[in-house]
Design a protein around this ligand. Sequence first.
Ligand SMILES: *[C@@H]1O[C@H](CO)[C@@H](O)[C@H](O)[C@H]1NC(C)=O
Ligand SMILES: *[C@@H]1O[C@H](CO)[C@@H](O)[C@H](O)[C@H]1NC(C)=O
Length: 987
Amino acid sequence: MMAATESLMFLVVTILSLSGLIHSFKPLFSFSGNSMTHRVITQRAVLRKTAEVCRDIAASEGRDFRLSIDDSLSADKVQRACSTIGTSTSVLSTVMFHTSIANMYFSNAIVDVVFALSERHHFDDETFEGGRDVITSGVSAVKASVKLDNFVAGRWTLGRLCHTLQDFYSHSNWVELGKTAPYSSLIRPDEPLVNLAGPNTPTCRNCIGGNCADNLLPDLLQQGLLTSGYFNIFSSAKPEGKCSHGGFLDWTSRRDPVGGINKDDLGSSHGSLHHKAADLAVNATMELLEDIRVSVGDKNFLRLMGLSQSSVLCFVIDTTGSMSDDIAEAKRVSFDIIDRKRGTQEEPSAYILVPFNDPGFGPLILTTDADVFKDNINKLTASGGGDIPELCLSGLQLALTAAPPSSEIFVFTDAPAKDAHLKSTITALIESRKTVVTFMLTDVLAGRRRRRNFQGGYSSRRISQSDTQLYRDLARASGGQAIEVTKSDLSLVTSIIEDSSANAVVTVFQVVRNPGKPDNFTFTVDGSLRNMTAYITGASSLTFTLTSSTGVSQSSSQSSGPLASFTTAGNLRRLSWNTDNQTGSWEISVDSNNPYSVKVTGQSSVNFIFNLVEAHKGAHGDFSLKEGRALSGGNASLLVSVTGSDTVKVTEVTLFDTSGSTEVNGTLQSVGSGNFLVTFSAVPAGDFMVCLRGEDSSSTSRSTPSIFQRQASTLIKTSSISLTAQVNNTSIEPGSTISIPFTVATAINGVVNDTATGTFTVRANNDRSYTSTSPNSVTVAQGSGGKANGTVTLTVPANVTSGTDVTLTIEAENAAATDINYAVIRMSVAAKVSDVTRPVCREVSTSRNCPSSSSLCASSQWKFIANLTDGINGTGIDSVAIRQGNGTLNTSTVAGAGGENITVATYIASCCSQNVELSAVDKVGNVGTCVGQARALTTAVPVTTAAPVTTAAPVTAAAVNTTSSGGHTVSTSHCLLIAVVVSLLWK
Ligand SMILES: *[C@@H]1O[C@H](CO)[C@@H](O)[C@H](O)[C@H]1NC(C)=O
Ligand SMILES: *[C@@H]1O[C@H](CO)[C@@H](O)[C@H](O)[C@H]1NC(C)=O
């Protein structure tokens, strides 16, 4: 048993150190030539499909949609075209869309790390059934996530399964077989995979010299048999006569038949077909996205793609006895935001509410329906709670994992956190999700907290400085603020919530000084910025001066003056600029020896997102997302995407130490479409702010490009602890337990120190309170190569709904408790789906004769009746919708001959609209569609009905009881009388 575990660990460690195993389309970057990467393939498919959906919605609403859907699309172009009020000049944030696309391509790329040696994740070794299972079970999980409004988890799963789908076109001989359309059966588990080369069928012959152009056996191609390359980095064994993947990592390609067939890049064995394979992979990804779109509906599909420019409104609220005023204020401000923004582009894209007190927290309410949120906030009542601190961080943890990345969370409390031990977990989640957390701390300034005690009276409790410092530290790590105010003044500071719920808020400059010292801060105001606002928190003795680019000054003693108007409440001063027109270098001078923070924001489309990425060593060096802290003293790489403009040039990305003493400049490398790989060498230990400067040449009114600066909210931290965790399955079934092995080591200058020893405290936390086991510590012993291993287990209760996500954080802290690193692992709970068959549709009749002259069409109608069923073993039809056609649809349910439920769909439309496409979605999201068409006859063409083209079992023609079909009397004689050709096509 021990030996098995050890060899597993060895394998894991080996895999980790054998980075550069990439044997698929390059995950993220292609530095040489113009090979297509998984990133580009995924991005193209997402942009094109999103644009198509927006085009269709616009058409159905009678709106114009001017955007040609091709490979020149950018996220900004698509979002502008999709935006119903967005003109080319309006301020619009594309951060969410960029972030969502990045999440999808990062999760796609990570398959090459996590599942490097799994054949089925790459369609290697002729594992066609296995590969399809990866895809279709993934698709089911995505649909289950969307059902729970769990778009973050849905995206993560979607990106991953797209990797496998895309690899098929590079690793199989589909392209060589002359196919020009995607292999649709790969996304349809109810279709058999046919024409697979048998296990004993030879598929390849030797390449001639280095030339593999003609190595597939002619017989194989003639018979149209499907194969894929064998791949192994440890052994050259492969079945007799089989093709290899090819490339220097693949040992099997060195033995007969030598060479390979992959099309991963232009230099691959079949590199001349690389672009064909990549283009097909784009189309296949679009086909898969279309399936999800039909299943979840257009609105949810666009949410899944992240096409939302508005933020979520997210409150975490203490509900103990003394909080009733705060709850009332949270209610007032959220209702105000909801009522003012309903139906506008600024309407929050989702609402999240997490109550906490003691001993409880949650449940989390996550909804896209403002009224559901209102109901829930209405139900909050302040009650209970003794002198004990509350479970604030547990509540915050739930919100952090549910909110989309880059959201802002507002926490309302008047008590210290009882669960302060979660501080590092919360910090890890803040860094990983880049979430801003702002605390509304009431009555802590006075240092007194009134609490109803058990006798119904109030007792007082002093909140220590260290209690508030916890909140300040978390706010600082996230780029948020800790606002301390009296209960009576709370309404004066909640304007900050309204500010942050505005469109496209960007951070221009932000700094925290702790300990405080007088300092001058300069920042650049560019022409795209509107509604400039600054927030300064600090002691009441703090004074400041604002100086404009033209040298005009206004001091803190002038609450209204030439530059801005100021308001003060509690420790917060809010400065609102009088005008947007003064570009150039501004300055804020702060005079205070107490801790303070300064944040300058504005509204602008131009912003950026960044993600820490990690290089794989080896010849095929590429990168994948790094979840955890960069190693101090080593190199750190960021993938930076500029949003909001296709014409900006990034000139500088800099890390500033938060104390202001250290500055590390990054080296920029463009990787296309506004994305830059930024490399920082020898990043010291510390906390860093990420600042970006660039030039925007889009403004035609200026002869010189406008210089802009933006700052990321979240701090980047470095650590000298290396922590890697590997999950071999990211989808867990309810009732099962998974083990996650991890490795801890000390690093010096970014490299694992293999002679170090030491003990590390280990903590594992998950946001769902599922049962989890973890060692409390691991020890790096002498002679262990500097590494210590451990295993965390997580058990998902049997009653958890499919589509639920769980985020596990594993932390390792050094013995002195001065340094920490972490791994964040997200998983989706997905029950095995046994209903894999699509609902089937059978035309019953089509009635009415449409006139042959289209000028007369308006006066006639036609009717199409179809029976839809999910069969006796299916989960049942959940919804039927019109995909095409502007008629009306009525449905009723009857029992079929075999006891199955049949949904009778009756569609009536004007003869001016002669096509209909209906979709039926079952309870697990399988989609069946059928098409009806009325065409006027001009000559005596025989009436035909196209045979259904489907491999699914046909519905037993159930006799529909004409009197019980919801009032729609169906006469079969209609079928005989019609003079229209009806074709029923199956998709
Ligand atoms: C992909 O689809 C587009 C549009 O549907 C089509 O024009 C193109 O030829 C397809 N590409 C391949 C490689 O089949
Ligand atoms: C800030 O600027 C003022 C005016 O230029 C200068 O007198 C002062 O010394 C500066 N303070 C710091 C801390 O640099």
